[in-house]
Design a protein around this ligand. Structure first.
Ligand code: B3K
Ligand code: ZN
Length: 889
């Protein structure tokens, strides 16, 4: 735990390093009660900095945390205590020459490391997580991404316990030692920053395959897992090969080492890590087979495998100069993986899922106390900035560049970027500059997306002049104040749009000043605070379809009536906007119900909503996955996000009322669809392919509606699906709807049978915890507290924390926001306990409490009270301190 006063670090203070490390030679001796690390660093003065301080050499200041220094020597001369200075997180000494070799030996304790950062043990294996600043917990080093070095690593360990010894790069040599130990040496020919270092030692099995690159080189592919998981690797391996091919085809990027390895570990703070040649994954992001993982879990594995693989170029070959530039690699790589998933599956469905997620969670972040630009300008703890803004909004920013330049122009830009900066540590400005230079465009104003925080609002109004046949759209943009940024400058907002004539056909689009029409779908750029675009030759008043494909991460409003939204749902040529019209219709109807509930009025559902959904359900031309998406009402968290003051009880009551009313109105067609799809699921064997995934998603959403009727025939169907299926997608939904149903005995039996059957599979048990944590029926907190005592639960495993505590606080709004504050107290207790064990996880779990400004006064007081209690609870990690103090500011 860091106990020193946390300090703010600013982008404006960036300075290049005084010294560089050309070579890094590491030796690890792994033992059960300690590990010895020897580092030999071949260093020299940074030529870029020489002119700045003529004469004397600057001191060398190395990072180091929780290290026990055993010995230190400079050019083979042992250093005495007086030759260097040591404090809690750095080691300083004075070099005598511009080139030197520094040797250090330290003792560390991975076996006691519960923060899961640096070198640690997950179960019986050793593994590492160094990004962002974990390498300094392994050895004294210049632990910053602009110091790139060539690494060789030798690790030695007991041969029986740790038969597999891995590190980055290509394998060089292996051998045995006395006393039952063995060793292996790995060499990584590519320069890399320390955050990409990795090591693994364990008793692992592997699935092996091969990939021939575009230029004809053969690459060995290996996925290492604990023996019991060897049957769950094929999907990840298939995903890896698809990713490698896709990156060659779409970006011209080839893999560069002889071997690519993935290792699955159970204890991991996030999804996965792109260490050069040796990706380390949370087992939840690798392991998947029909019986244990849902369709969504399979798709998550595919996306994360691709994401980490794509980092080999966007992140590793070209890396970040400093951590403020994190979105350089993360925003770009999320964009790359999203496009990959869109190409592998349904493009529209992928976009719908991503936008719904962004609007619910990133927009909330942008509106809260932790709001920050895609390129932040200050932080206390960088681990707190692996955020939805840096990742998801960062990806939207790259997508907008793609939209503005077109696919070809964008590819020219990435080619130039990779060629110009290969082997370098660069900035977001360098990325944009490559885009500008390759396309001869000026993106100066566009770059405000990197520096201004907050979600822009875009208000649109129309005017139609029948006589002149002119149709004008006026756009007004604004952006709310965010911490440290009271005023904003106008953004460049690309708006993809079309106009529909009264029959629903697309109109040709000719803007004022243009000689002829150019297509019926185009992208206009809103660059001013207020701007009007006028379309000519418009024969009758059209209906605009705006922000198609969600072409910019903004909150757009246009005064659509409900009939107009229904019209768009049917006729818009843009699939995304058809879904969005359904969403907007649902939002309007639900907001009306929320208001009625708050007034104490009887709830009445606008019949147009079930009618619109009835036509969607009946439309055989639609992709079933899109039908499922359109049938899903906006989530409670999204409804809370768009409320001025979030009344969680009214939101829950209104949404449940609407679901029941829809279920009743559409009982027959839902049942028919359910039966047809279920029959098909029983007829064909499970496969992870788009048509089957679509069929199951519609089957499952139909079941969740039907179960609201509580009819015996539906209970029977649900139990049948639960018991007789060959896959987790059907089983888990059946269990989830049963859990939320009034059938207490069946529920208890199913939960018990499930736990008994899957007790040895931690990932399936995570799903079992989540299904119960998300149950909105009264008594949610007590159920979660009881589950904390279940033998499969532990606070030490991040997946368990997320599955139970995270699911409760983020997805079970009525129970978490209980009026007496017991939900808040519970979460604060867990954060205090986690702060001592794993600061990164503690800080993540805090998020729901940071949103206190969204709720009524009583709840605000209770939430603030818990934040204050955390602040006073004793020495806090910098992670928790930063989030709590900013939330209370
Ligand atoms: N780069 C890692 C994230 C590391 C987070 C460190 N706290 C995973 C990814 O984005 O690919
Ligand atoms: Zn990433």
């Amino acid at each position: 735990m860091r106990t020193e006063q946390p300090k703010m670090i600013y982008l404006k203070d960036y300075q290049a390093p005084d010294y560089l490390i050309d070579e890094t030679h590491l030796t690890f001796e792994l033992f059960e009660d300690h590990t010895l690390v020897h580092a030999q660093l071949v260093m020299r003065r940074n030529p870029e900095r020489v002119h700045e301080a003529a004469g004397a050499l600057p001191p060398l200041v190395l990072h180091g945390q929780e290290l026990e220094l055993l010995s230190l020597s400079l050019d083979d001369q042992a250093l005495e205590a007086g030759d260097y200075r040591l404090d809690d997180n750095q080691l300083s000494l004075q070099p005598r020459q511009a080139r030197f070799v520094l040797d250090s030996s330290v003792r560390i304790h991975p076996e006691r490391n519960t923060a899961l950062e640096g070198l640690y043990k997950s179960g019986k294996m050793f593994c590492t997580q160094c990004e962002a600043e974990g390498f300094r917990k392994i050895t004294y080093y210049l632990d910053r991404p602009d110091v790139m070095s060539r690494f060789t690593t030798t690790l030695s360990a007991d041969k029986q316990r740790y038969p597999v010894l891995l590190s980055n790069g290509n394998p060089l040599a292996t051998g045995s030692e006395e006393g039952g130990r063995h060793w292996a040496t790995w060499e990584d020919p590519f320069k890399k920053p320390a955050y990409l270092f990795a090591l693994v030692a364990g008793d692992l099995w592997c699935v092996e395959d091969a990939f021939r690159t575009h230029s004809g080189r053969d690459v060995a592919l290996r996925i290492y897992v604990e023996p019991e998981n060897i049957d769950k690797c094929q999907h990840a391996m298939d995903s890896l090969k698809k990713s490698m091919r896709w990156d060659e085809e779409v970006y011209g990027r080839e893999y560069d080492l002889d071997i690519f390895m993935i290792v699955a570990v159970n204890d991991f703070n996030m999804g996965a890590m792109e260490n050069k040649g040796l990706n380390i994954f949370n087992s939840s992001a690798v392991l998947a087979k029909a019986e244990t993982a849902t369709d969504a879990a399979h798709q998550r594995v595919e996306a994360i495998v691709a994401h980490e693989y794509f980092h080999n170029w966007s992140g590793n070959r070209v890396t970040c100069r400093d951590w403020f530039q994190l979105s350089l690699k993360e925003g770009f790589t999320v964009f790359r993986d999203a496009e990959f998933s869109a190409d592998m599956n349904s493009r529209t469905v992928k976009r719908v899922e991503d936008v719904a997620y962004l609007r619910t969670h990133q927009f909330a972040e942008d509106a809260g106390p932790m709001a920050h630009p895609v390129r932040p300008d200050a932080f206390i703890e960088i681990s707190n900035f692996y955020t939805l803004t840096v990742y998801e909004k960062g990806s939207e920013v790259v997508r907008m560049i793609h939209t503005l330049l077109g696919a070809e122009g964008f590819r020219k830009g990435t080619d130039l970027y990779f060629e110009r900066h290969d082997g370098q540590a660069v900035t977001c400005d360098d990325f944009v500059k490559a885009m500008e230079d390759a396309n001869g465009v000026d993106l100066t104003q566009f770059k405000r997306w990197y520096s201004q925080s907050g979600t822009p609002r875009l208000e649109v109004n129309e005017r139609y002049d029948t006589e002149a046949r002119r149709y004008s759209l006026t756009f007004r943009q604004s952006c709310p104040a965010t911490p440290g940024q009271p005023q904003k400058q106008p953004f460049v907002i690309p708006v993809e749009l079309g106009l529909l004539d009264p029959a629903g056909h697309p109109l040709p689009l000719r803007l004022e000043g243009e000689a002829t029409a150019a297509g019926s779908n185009r992208v206009i750029q809103v660059t001013e605070a207020e701007q009007t675009f006028t379309f000519l030759d418009v024969p009758a008043k059209p209906l605009p379809s705006l922000l198609r494909g969600f072409s910019a991460p903004v909150k757009l409003s246009f005064p659509y009536g409900r009939d107009q939204l229904m019209f768009l749902m049917q006729h818009d040529s843009d699939g995304f906007n058809r879904w969005d019209a359904a969403q907007q219709l649902s939002v309007q109807v639900l907001q009306e119900l929320i208001e009625a509930h708050r007034r104490g009025d009887a709830l009445v559902l606008d019949p147009r909503l079930p009618e619109a959904l009835r036509s969607v359900l009946a439309d055989d031309s639609l992709d079933q996955a899109m039908v499922a998406e359109m049938l899903s009402l906006p989530g409670e968290a999204y409804l809370a996000e768009i409320s001025e003051v979030a009344d969680v009880e009214a939101i829950h009551a209104a949404r449940e009322f609407a679901r029941r009313a829809i279920a009743e109105a559409l009982y027959e067609p839902l049942l028919a669809r359910y039966r047809a799809n279920r029959a098909e699921s029983q007829r064909v064997a499970y496969a992870v392919q788009a048509d089957q995934i679509a069929r199951r998603s519609l089957q499952n959403i139909a079941l969740s509606y039907l179960m609201l009727s509580a009819r015996p025939e539906i209970l029977e169907a649900c139990l049948d699906q639960y018991q007789h299926c060959d896959n987790m997608t059907e089983r888990l939904t059946a269990l989830a709807v049963l859990v939320q149903s009034p059938f207490e005995d069946d529920k208890a039996r199913a939960l018990e049978a499930f736990a008994e059957h899957f007790k040895d599979n931690p990932l399936v048990m995570d799903q079992w915890f989540s299904v119960q944590a998300g149950n909105p029926l009264p008594g949610g907190l007590e159920r979660v507290q009881a589950l904390m005592g279940h033998p499969a639960f532990t606070l030490k495993n991040p997946n368990k924390v997320r599955a139970l505590i995270g699911a409760f606080a983020n997805q079970n709004l009525v129970n978490f926001h209980r009026a007496d504050g017991a939900g808040y107290r519970f979460l604060a207790d867990q954060v205090i306990a986690l702060n001592a064990l794993n600061p990164q996880i503690a800080s993540r779990q805090l998020t729901p409490l940071t949103r206190w400004r969204k709720y009524d006064e009583a709840r605000q007081g209770l939430m603030r009270g818990e934040l204050e209690r955390i602040l006073a609870s004793g020495p806090l990690s910098s992670d928790v301190y930063e989030v709590v103090s900013k939330s209370l500011a």
